[in-house]
Design a protein around this ligand. Sequence first.
Ligand SMILES: [Zn+2]
Length: 260
Amino acid sequence: MKRRMLLKGAALGMAGGALSLGWQQPPAIAGVTSGSAQWGYTGQTGPEHWGELSAEYQACQLGTHQSPIDLNGAIVAALPPIRLDYQETPLRIVNNGHTIQVNYEPGSTLTIGDQTFELLQFHFHHPSEHLVQGKAADMELHLVHRNASGVLAVVGVLLTAGAENPVIKSIFAAMPDRPGPEQLQSQVTLNVQDLLPADLGSYRYSGSLTTPPCSEEVSWIILQQPVTLSSSQIRQFASLFPGNARPVQALNQRFLLRSP
Ligand SMILES: [Zn+2]
C-alpha cells in the first residue's frame, strides 16, 4: 500500500510525497471533533502542544511532512492539470469549535491528472495558514477532498481584504455563534466554485492536516490568485475565531512546486 501511495504521489507531480507514517485509516477530517483529546490554538492546548495531548496526535510533533508551510522558493514545474466539477449544494453549516465548516453533498469532484477526489467540506482559517514570502493573507479557505483510497487533497484559497464576497455573505449570515451540530439551511444553496478565482494556477506539495491528528496524507493545492472579501466580513469571522491558524512548519525534504 505504501508503494502504491508513493506512486500516486509521483503521479500527482509531488516529489517527496512519501507517507512517513505509513498507511493509516482515513483520518478525522480537519476540525471534526472525534472524541479525542481537546485541542485549540492558544495556551496549554495550543499548536506547540498538540503532539503531547494524545498518542493519536504524535504526527503533529514528530511528522516531517507537516502543513502549513511558507510558499517561498517554489520550483516552477509542468504540473498535472486540475479539473473542478462542483455542484450546487444546500447550506449545511457547522461551528465545530475550531472553525466554521460547510459540509458538501456527494457528487462534486476534483480531478488531478487521472485521479478523482470527492469534495467533502470546506472551512475557513483566520489569518491564513500558508504564508506567501513570509506574509499571511487575511484568511484562508480549505476545500477538503478524499479519493476512494482515503487519500486527501485540499485546495487552499487565500482570502484578502477588498470587495465584499457575496457567497461568503450568505455563509457568514448563517454562522452558528457557538459550537454545535450541523444546521441545514435548505433555503440557501451555494456552489463553492463561485468562491474560487478564475485562474487555477497553483502551488503543490505533499503535507498534512493542519489540525490534530496532523496526518500526513494530504496533497496540497494552494491557488496562487487570491479572492477578496470585505474587511467587515473578516471582522465577522474573527469575532468567532480570532486566531485559528497553525504556525508554518519546516519544509524538510520536500519539493514545493508551482505552475508557471
Ligand atoms: Zn483547514
